[in-house]
Design a protein around this ligand. Sequence first.
Ligand code: AMP
Ligand code: MN
Ligand code: MN
Ligand code: MN
Length: 284
Amino acid sequence: MTSILNADLHCHSVVSDGTLTPEEIAQRASANGVELWALTDHDEIGGQARAAAAAKACGMRYLTGVEISVTFLHQTVHIVGLGFDAENAALVAGLQQTRGGRRERALDMAKDLERVGIHGAFEGALQYASNPNLISRTHFARHLVETGVCKETSEVFRKYLTEGKPGYVEHRWATLKDAVTWITGAGGMAIVAHPARYKFTANEEFALFTEFKGHGGQGVEVVTGSHTAAEYVSYAAVAQDYGLAASRGSDFHSPLESHTELGTLPYLSGTLTPVWELLAARIQ
Ligand code: AMP
Ligand code: MN
Ligand code: MN
Ligand code: MN
C-alpha cells in the first residue's frame, strides 16, 4: 500500500471522550472517503468489536486501536496502539489498571474547582461521560461550557484543568515501557501520538524517542489534527531520523468541537514508510 491512502488512525467515540458512537464515526469516516480506519479511545478497547463490524458494514478496512495515557518526564504522553489482539490478557489488564485512578482524580479536580467558586463539577462532568470509568478533562470541559463558565472547550483548557490553573490535578499514568510492551506484546504497533503537543526540551524529546524505540516502539504520528503544516515537515524528519514509520489520524472527538474532520488531512509524504505498510497482516 502506498502512502496515498485515506487512512484515519486516531479518533474517539463515546467509549472514551468522543460524542459519537463507533457506528456513527464509521459512517462519517466512510462518507468522507476514509479507506482504512482505527478507533483509538483513551485507555479503553471496549468499542473495538463494534468499530470493526461497523467498518466492515461501510466497506472500510479496519485496524484495532487505542490511545494509552503515559507519564514520561512529568508530562502526559499519549501512545497510540494499532493492530493488536484486543483479547490479549496483559493488554486488557494494563488498560484496566491505567483507567483505575480516573474517578479519584476527577473528585480531586472538582474539589480544586470549588476553590474558585465552581460547585458540583464532578456530578456535572459525570453526566457527559457515557463511560464513567473514562471520566476525563473533556467531560469537565463540556460541563463548564454548558453551564456558561466558558464559551468553548478550548477556553476551558486555557483557563482551567491545565498545569497551574484551577482544576488541574497531577496524575501518574502508565509508564512508557509498560504501554509499549502491552501493545507490542499483543501483536500491535506502538506509535507516539501528536508529538508536537508536548512541552519537552530537545534533550527530553530525544530521550522520549530513544527510549520509545528501545522498548520496541515503531511509529510516530506525523499528519494529525493538532499539528500545523510546519509540524508535518518537522516530524516527517523525526520519523526518518529515528527510523520510525509514520501515521496519519484526525484525533476527531466531536462534530461541534473538533477542528479536524475525519479523513480530511493531507496524505503522508511518499518519502515516509506508512504504519499501514508494516501492519498489512493485521488489517481486517
Ligand atoms: P484526560 O485524559 O482526562 O487528561 O483528558 C485529556 C483530553 O482532554 C484529551 O484527550 C483531549 O481530548 C482533551 N484536551 C486536552 N487539552 C486540550 C485542549 N487544549 N483543547 C481541547 N481539548 C483538550
Ligand atoms: Mn480526548
Ligand atoms: Mn491524545
Ligand atoms: Mn486522541
